[in-house]
Design a protein around this ligand. Sequence first.
Ligand code: ATP
Ligand code: MG
Length: 190
Amino acid sequence: MNESRAWFGRLQHERRAARATLMIPATTLHLPDAAATEAAGARLAPELRGGMLITLSGDLGAGKTTLVRGALRALGWQGAVKSPSYTLVEHYPFSKLYFYHFDFYRFADPSEWETVGFADCFRPDAVCMIEWPERIADLLPPPDLALTLTHPSVARPNGRLLKLEARTKAGERCLAAMTFVDFRRSPAAQ
Ligand SMILES: Nc1ncnc2c1ncn2[C@@H]1O[C@H](COP(=O)(O)OP(=O)(O)OP(=O)(O)O)[C@@H](O)[C@H]1O
Ligand SMILES: [Mg+2]
């Protein structure tokens, strides 16, 4: 087994063992428009480190790719940020970080995890942001940060709600970086 496979195996084992006893710090933010969703991703960017797993849950069109786009732009990516709906993964090589953006909505065959080489993307020098993690739930350890985007209530119909749940110290740092930001006004309006 190579080193990164061993690292990922340890992560799965340790985090699953810790899951039952874990306190999960969480918060929910209101994002009034798509610019606010991008701003939330941008706020996350400085906290991203190799080895981090961030899941993005939410219905089709909830804003998951928009948030990842905000993180990539803030990291300095100037090219296109495409939704990985068909390719399942897009790779962004930064000088100090490998960045993988997954969308497992169309992931149907668990044997692809090995044959396509998805397993090799989960490494201590790579950050992985994962849309539709529910489709590979058995393969993933609990993430550092679990993000969930939803459409708000009838009482507050605009934009999206973003729930953040931190499961590691790295996730808690992300939570802290985002908690005190007012996303009700998009950057263009500030
Ligand atoms: N806070 C927001 N308020 C209103 N619209 C938003 C907000 N955030 C994102 N959007 C819009 O929602 C639409 C869908 O966004 P996006 O493609 O990011 O969704 P997704 O969750 O990745 O969908 P999929 O599951 O299909 O990949 C886009 O038009 C985007 O501009
Ligand atoms: Mg998407």
